[in-house]
Design a protein around this ligand. Structure first.
Ligand SMILES: [Zn+2]
Length: 1002
């Protein structure tokens, strides 16, 4: 493959394969991880070792984004990333490496951007002006700072308890010749002395192709990747040979072990002196000792992972807790460090804490006390986790930083499942030995982090004095010069990106994005033809007369979901919805003539399932459906079906459980009533939905206080009547005719995908799916002349929501241009952002098109006066429709990319892709290809289409005759806001949360 030589190919437990290449010419390393997903991720890693606290690794990370040799413009990388259908770029600096990241939809944009990104990393401009604005400068007031610069970032964390404890720990554990000792973020006092020359030198020493690893995950063709890297290689080689380089870390990352116990107090600034933090550290194994590291990880979990684990039981779950959190952690260094952190330790207990901890560990050793049953559970859970989560890149990273050149370490780094399986065979004494060896027989460092108000005061004072002195030393004239210098540097950085650079970067076609392949089949379907359908049809030994959609994806798990149409619930019982859904998974169950207590049900569910849930709707809406889901390992498919049956039909409502759940709901309500934004939504729903028809409207928190308070009363006096009503509710909801089942997972591996349902209740003809647009009130059906302003004393600002008619058919051609128009208006740095947020009229505002309800809404979030923000939005729309304000073409391209990216990320995992498949085909009655067609339509949208939707929908949003309005405001502002809305032609009725709920329910 050109200059690149294959080093190794390594399969992982998750199913992806890592392929590692290295260029024989430039020394550049590339690792490809072929995860099946439409998003492609890049992580560009450099080993960055530093022996001081000037923060060269971190400051350099910031400067890389200010332009490169071939693209010397600030912001060019992000603008091009946008055209590559990505969501910006990012980076982080760790103590041993720096990593630059990017995620794009599809590989085409990624491969086009790759050489440009690498040019930024290897050949950044590193200008004086860039350094001045982004790293450190003194402003015209004589202060060290600036808004988004590194200096301010470090100011924000350097004196936090966690940073102070960890820095002290590093200073104790690592010798001066070891880079792990340094603050790679940069200490403020050093940052003030740093210079751009020093950063340039650092770049020259470490940002070399032979010290750079490009980790790429997703569906990328290796040949295309090598092709994209050709110009990169050429450019590198054109610079001539580099002097030989000592590989970072390999000679300095090992260091002597502690030779004695050390205990110290570390003060940190805090007014409140009641709680401290304890950090204990030990020398750990080498990072290559994968099996030992995994064993320690499991032991740590066993000791701390749940309320029944030893350390939590002893230190947290007690009447006067000795801390609120306790956990282990370890570094990924060549020689690792093991750490224990106990947070929120009461200050009067903190001195005793370490001794108590070591006593507890000692006691376990003396009593040989390891609960092997729980240990087994911990290991089994970890094994499931390995198969279910995309592997992190830490294995690749460790291999690149510390591993052998032949890829042997990469092979060992990914055998988590094998190590875990071996751990099951360990005996009690093996575990006790591990505990003893690493945590008791070794020397340790104990750091007691204590809050100190005096220290806080002293630090503030010292800093003030320093700045005062700095100001005096500089003098008036010099300060003025500094002010000018800053302005000049900012101007120098802000040279606009030439249009031709943007235009030359052709936006890739969405047809090149490789989506997760979902194969759908339906029970008893004659029309679908594919392997999955054939597999279903072969399983025909029983009559299964109801609707099931099977979505085949690669997965070790099966997710079983029942989507239940709620339209047959009698109106007067609809308010039970909230308590029904919240209690249903924690009730006693009648099973095979026996009653399982609610505790047995909860325990059984946690043993058999990975997750279970009940609620209204899915992530794409459909709140008129009750949805119950259970996720299990594929081998427990039949158990999942049995549980679903039990939950839907065999649960028993008891007054005792209902009281507990009702009180839980009631306790949460005051909190949600203090949230201005959710209250605007709740009130708009009261106005636009018919609570006698809509299951989702009836569970509005604004109705629930009165309902549940009455319910608690009835549960005292006449509990049987409540139980009776809930049973009627359940019979109406869980009527088999209302149920659509969805099975997602590796269907082809299920032996009886279909007949496993043979004991499931029978079905009549399917009831239709109720959409939000079917349960609207009169004001929801034809918006206009309806508006309220709610007086909410608990908030300090105002919030509002404005609603009008929008497209209501899922295949409406207006949807694509509407989504782009919405993105153009409310994206970061977009039109509303600049003209509303930028003018201080509101913290933010956003638009939403809800096709299921057939409405478009505009929300104003945290505004000093919502009427002013609304007036400005109205003005903007006027300007746009009359073309006094132009829609910029480059902004349209950016908006399209953003909409496409967010749609693609919605189906980036197997589970999400399966859900989209079900929602499109069953809930929306659209073809499986619905999302792809919409993406194509988005890309094909023209500016005329945008003007069309502007005229058609946005104008009516700001016309009192065709829109509804809710404003929620702090009391003092109500009359003023009401008056200014009225002067715009909108009459808002003044009311309160209680009254609006009362009026609607009477
Ligand atoms: Zn930073």
């Amino acid at each position: 493959m050109g200059n690149f030589e294959l080093i190794c190919e390594v399969p992982t437990d998750f199913g992806a394969t890592y392929t590692k290449y290295k260029s024989t010419k430039s020394g550049l390393t590339v690792v490809l991880s072929d995860i099946e997903a439409p998003l492609v991720n890049g992580y560009f890693v450099l080993a960055t070792e530093s022996f001081d606290d000037f923060g060269c690794p971190h400051t350099l990370e910031h400067l890389v984004f200010l332009g490169s040799e071939q693209f010397p413009y600030k912001g060019v990388l992000d603008s091009l990333a946008n055209r590559a259908i990505a969501q910006g770029t990012n980076a982080w600096t760790d103590v041993d490496h720096t990593c630059y990241t990017i995620t794009t939809a599809g590989s085409q944009g990624f491969l086009k951007l790759l050489p440009i990104y690498v040019d930024h990393v290897l050949y950044p401009t590193l200008t004086e002006s860039g350094y001045y604005t982004e790293v450190h400068h003194i402003n015209g007031e004589g202060e060290d700072a600036g808004k988004f610069v590194v200096y301010s970032e470090m100011q924000g964390c350097q004196n936090s308890s966690s940073d102070r404890l960890h820095l002290r720990m590093k200073r104790i554990l690592y010798p001066e010749t070891c880079g792990y000792r340094s603050e790679t973020g940069g200490l403020m006092e050093r940052l003030r002395e740093l210079s751009v020359e020093k950063i340039r030198d650092y770049h020259k020493a470490y940002y070399r192709p032979d010290n750079l690893c490009l980790i790429i995950t997703g569906k990328v063709d290796p040949a295309d990747l090598m092709k994209a890297l050709e110009p990169v290689e050429e450019n590198i080689l054109s610079k001539g040979p580099l002097p030989p380089m000592q590989r970072p870390w390999v000679s300095t990352g090992d260091f002597p072990n502690l030779t004695k116990n050390i205990e110290e107090t570390v003060l940190f600034a805090d007014e409140d002196e009641s709680m401290g933090t304890v950090l204990i550290a030990w020398n750990g194994p080498k990072c290559h000792e994968y099996f030992t590291m995994k064993a320690l990880e499991v032991l740590n979990l066993y000791l701390t992972d749940s309320p029944v684990s030893v350390l939590q039981k002893e230190f947290v779950e007690i009447e006067d807790p000795l801390c609120t959190g306790i956990s282990f952690d370890s570094t990924d260094h060549l020689k690792t460090t093991l750490m224990l952190t106990a947070s929120n330790v009461p200050i009067e207990e903190i001195d005793e804490f370490p001794a108590q901890l070591f006593e507890t560990l000692q006691r376990l050793v003396e009593a040989n006390d390891i609960d092997m049953e729980r240990m087994k559970m911990v290991i089994e859970k970890e094994i499931l986790k390995v198969c279910r989560t995309v592997p992190s890149n830490s294995g690749i990273c460790i291999d690149f930083l510390y591993g052998s050149e032949d890829g042997e370490d990469l092979k060992k780094a990914v055998k988590d499942k094998e190590y875990l399986a071996q751990l099951i065979d360990l005996t009690v004494s093996d575990w006790i030995n591990l505990l003893k060896t690493w945590y008791l027989d070794q020397f340790h460092v104990v750091l007691l982090g204590k809050p100190s108000a005096e220290f806080a005061e002293q630090m503030t004072e010292e800093e003030n004095q320093r700045i005062e002195k700095q100001r005096e030393d500089l003098g008036e004239k010099k300060l003025e010069e500094l002010h000018d210098a800053l302005e000049k540097a900012m101007a120098a950085n802000d040279v606009p990106v030439p249009n031709e650079i943007l235009d030359n970067f052709v936006i890739p076609s969405v047809s090149t994005i490789k989506f997760i392949d979902v194969q759908s089949a339906q029970n008893n379907s004659k029309s679908i033809k594919n392997a999955v359908q054939e597999h279903i049809n072969r399983d025909n030994s029983a009559d299964i007369p109801f609707f099931i959609q099977f979505d085949h994806i690669k997965s070790a798990f099966i997710k079983l979901t029942a989507h239940i149409s709620a339209s047959s619930i009698p109106s007067h019982l609809l308010p039970y919805t909230r308590i029904f859904l919240k209690s249903i998974f924690s009730l006693p169950v009648e099973r095979d003539g026996m009653t399982l207590t609610y505790e047995e049900v909860v325990k059984g569910l946690s043993e058999d399932t990975l997750e279970y849930d009940s609620g209204l709707g899915t992530s794409s809406g459909f709140r008129e459906l009750a949805v119950f889901s259970i996720k299990v390992e594929a081998s427990k498919y039949k158990k999942a079906i049995k549980w679903l049956q039990d939950i839907l039909w065999h649960t028993q409502f008891t007054a005792e459980r209902l009281k507990i759940v009702a009180n839980q709901i009631l306790n949460d309500i005051p909190q949600s009533k203090r949230d201005g934004h959710s209250m605007t939504i709740a009130c708009m729903r009261i106005i636009q939905y018919d609570a006698t028809k809509s299951v989702s409207a009836s569970r509005n928190v604004l109705f629930q206080t009165a309902f549940l308070t009455n319910l608690l009363q009835t549960l005292e006096n006449d509990p049987n009547s409540v139980v009776k009503e809930l049973n009627i509710y359940r019979d109406a909801l869980c009527n088999p005719a209302n149920i659509r089942l969805h099975v997602a997972g590796d269907i082809l591996k299920l032996e009886e995908p279909r007949t496993s349902f043979k004991d499931f209740s029978n079905n009549g003809p399917l009831a239709p799916i109720t959409l939000a647009q079917d349960v609207l009130s009169a004001a929801g059906i034809s918006p206009g002349e309806t508006g309220v302003i709610i007086n909410l004393p608990s908030i300090e600002n105002s919030f509002s929501m404005h609603s009008t008619k929008g497209p209501s058919k899922f295949d409406d051609p207006d949807i694509a241009p509407l989504l782009i128009m919405i993105e153009l208006l409310d994206t970061m740095e977009g039109i509303f952002w600049k003209l509303i947020r930028g003018q201080g009229l509101a913290y933010s505002c956003f638009l939403d098109s809800d096709v299921e309800a057939g409405e478009i809404s505009f929300s104003i979030y945290k505004s000093p006066d919502a009427s002013k923000a609304f007036e400005q939005a109205k003005f903007v729309i006027d300007q746009l429709t009359t073309k006094k304000m132009e829609i910029e073409l480059s902004a349209v391209d950016g908006a399209k990319s953003a909409v496409i990216y967010s749609m693609v990320s919605r189906e980036n995992t197997m589970d999400r892709a399966a859900l989209q498949s079900f929602a499109n085909q069953v809930l929306k009655h659209m073809p499986a290809s619905y999302n792809r067609s919409l993406l194509t339509a988005i890309q094909a949208t023209k500016v005329e289409d945008l003007y069309r939707v502007l005229d058609k929908y946005f104008v009516s949003l700001f016309d009192p005759k065709t829109s509804n309005h809710v404003v929620v405001s702090t009391s003092a502002k109500v009359p003023e806001i009401q008056k200014s809305f009225s002067s715009l032609g909108f009459n808002l009725k003044s009311t309160t949360l209680n009254d609006i709920a009362g009026d609607a329910s009477s």
